[in-house]
Design a binder for this molecule. Structure first.
Ligand code: C2E
Ligand code: MG
Ligand code: MG
Ligand code: MG
Length: 286
């Protein structure tokens, strides 16, 4: 009997695993056609100066609306695209699209709006990466000083190669940020030697300051960033008291649902126009 139920149990896990595999293969196949079918979209979320409450820039965030699989979150399909290498082509599309859109907004008068774009490790380590970035800057005529590329701490597994890429990006006048800071492989020693401009404190740390705990931890991350002469951005700012606390701790920038959730380009432009008219200071949600 034990053997019997053991076998059933095994079959249960087996079929569950099978379902996961089927979905993964399906996503992989559909993703191959996603660019051509125009299923990929970019959403934008503002980056806010926590001292002045002005909009200093935005982060482009990838969305995929598949006709049948519905909205598949990037946390599900980006890792698959990374595994298969598809992220290289997708990432190039993202960067080009985001630069085109920023350029259009710059020309509409939002001249100092900065742009942040997420770059996966696989993309970052691709031998053509820096050249591709340079080509897109030339092609879209965006001011490279307004472009920031977000990478994660996982690039530190190849420190020497990564430092080389970061230096080449710096020569192009592009900024770089460590995203989800504090969740990965951070060594203060390595960080100190990385030619980066910004750290983005992971939203899990910001979430926890709600309860009043973690405040000293967040403060020490901010202080460390400042000591290394880095710009500090907080992710996941959802409540006013978090924004105030962060500003008191000298964290200059924040992003989060408190200001605006990521929205499509049309709604983001409305947000820009409205806050420009109001001469900034307080936001109206879309
Ligand atoms: P990320 O780069 O850390 O982006 C921030 C994520 O936090 C976004 O999730 C955003 O919607 C969400 N967020 C923003 N404000 C708040 C808040 O106040 N509270 C909470 N709980 N969440 C907030 P999203 O758009 O689902 O993206 C998830 C991740 O997928 C991104 O994390 C990034 O790692 C990856 N990703 C998104 N777009 C791209 C892309 O174009 N290329 C690559 N390689 N990765 C991307
Ligand atoms: Mg990011
Ligand atoms: Mg990211
Ligand atoms: Mg993040």
């Amino acid at each position: 009997l034990a053997k019997e139920s053991g076998r059933n149990k095994f079959r249960f896990y087996d079929s569950q695993l099978n379902e996961i595999m089927i979905r993964k293969v399906k996503i992989e196949n559909e993703l191959r056609k996603a660019i051509d079918r125009n299923e990929l979209k970019l959403f934008y979320q503002p980056k806010i100066n926590l001292y002045t409450r002005e909009i200093s820039g935005m982060e482009a965030l990838l969305r995929w609306d598949h006709h049948e699989l519905c909205a598949i979150p990037p946390l599900e399909f980006v890792p698959i695209a990374e595994e298969t290498g598809q992220i290289v082509a997708i990432g190039e599309w993202v960067l080009r699209e985001a630069c085109k859109q920023s350029k259009a907004w710059h020309e509409e008068g939002f001249t100092n709006l900065a742009l942040s774009v997420n770059v996966s490790v696989r993309q970052f380590q691709h031998s053509d990466f820096v050249q591709t970035v340079q080509d897109i800057i030339m092609e879209t005529e965006i001011d490279p000083r307004l472009l920031e590329l977000e990478i994660t701490e996982s690039i530190m597994q190849n420190v020497d190669e990564s430092i080389d890429v970061l230096n080449r990006l710096r020569k192009l006048n592009i900024k770089t940020a460590i995203d989800d800071f504090g969740t990965g492989y951070s060594s203060l020693h390595i960080l100190k030697n990385l030619p980066i401009d910004t750290i983005k404190i992971d939203k899990s740390f910001i979430h926890d300051i709600k309860a009043g705990t973690q405040q000293s931890l967040v403060k020490s991350i901010i202080d460390m960033g400042k000591n290394l002469k880095l710009t500090v951005v907080a992710e996941g700012v959802e409540h006013e008291h978090q924004a105030e606390l962060l500003a008191n701790y000298q964290c200059e920038f924040g992003q989060g649902y408190l200001f605006l959730k990521p929205v499509n380009a049309y709604d983001f432009e409305r947000f820009l126009v409205r806050n420009d008219k109001d001469n900034v200071s307080k936001f109206n949600m879309v």
